[in-house]
Design a protein around this ligand. Sequence first.
Ligand code: TYD
Length: 211
Amino acid sequence: MNIFRNFVVFEGGDGSGTSTQIELLRGRFQSGPGEGLPALFTTFEPTDNPIGRMIRQALGGTLPLQPETIARLFAADRNEHLFGAGGVREHCLGGDLVVSDRYVPSSLVYQGIDCGENLPALLNRDFPLPELLLFFDIDPNIALRRLEKRPNRDLYEYLDVQILVRERYKALLPAYAAGGVRLEFLDASKPAEEVAEEVWRVLRKLPIFKK
Ligand code: TYD
């Protein structure tokens, strides 16, 4: 399977703090000394392009769609995210460090719950692998408490679903390591600043930092 060099993916259940960590990482690149640091391009799925926005409506409950339709939309959104102008491939080839908040594993985990294994596996079969995958592991009880402050709950933000999500990630991720992806588990229940230090420790092992 094709691996995109310089492509890093953050994965975890809802409330595991992946978006916060991306922000902290951006801060580190902005305020850092700059020497030896590659350019950082951060991104996320579902994207804020038209397909991604449609997905967010579906997850928020304002656009009723069949689970299989949602699975297909995620794959379509991902294809643009990767291969469209200004997308992941372009940035990786340009020598940037690309960090995405979620990617294929999210579809295998979440749409796997709604649609069964086969459809998400088929739809996502041909996407390239990231060089590094960080899994933000956290007890779903703690994670959901973090989300309580938000006004609305998305489709998957329920304890029973999140327990299943965590189990499914843990069952699925080792196959990535077997496929040549560098895989790291982080304890995401720690304070954000401590998690950020762990993220940095892991990221700095990438060859892109050794140039
Ligand atoms: P995310 O943006 O991480 O959540 P938020 O913006 O609310 O912090 O992801 C939104 C939801 O989308 C999350 O519950 C996981 C889900 N998701 C899938 O179900 N499949 C996918 O392929 C992706 C990328 C996300």
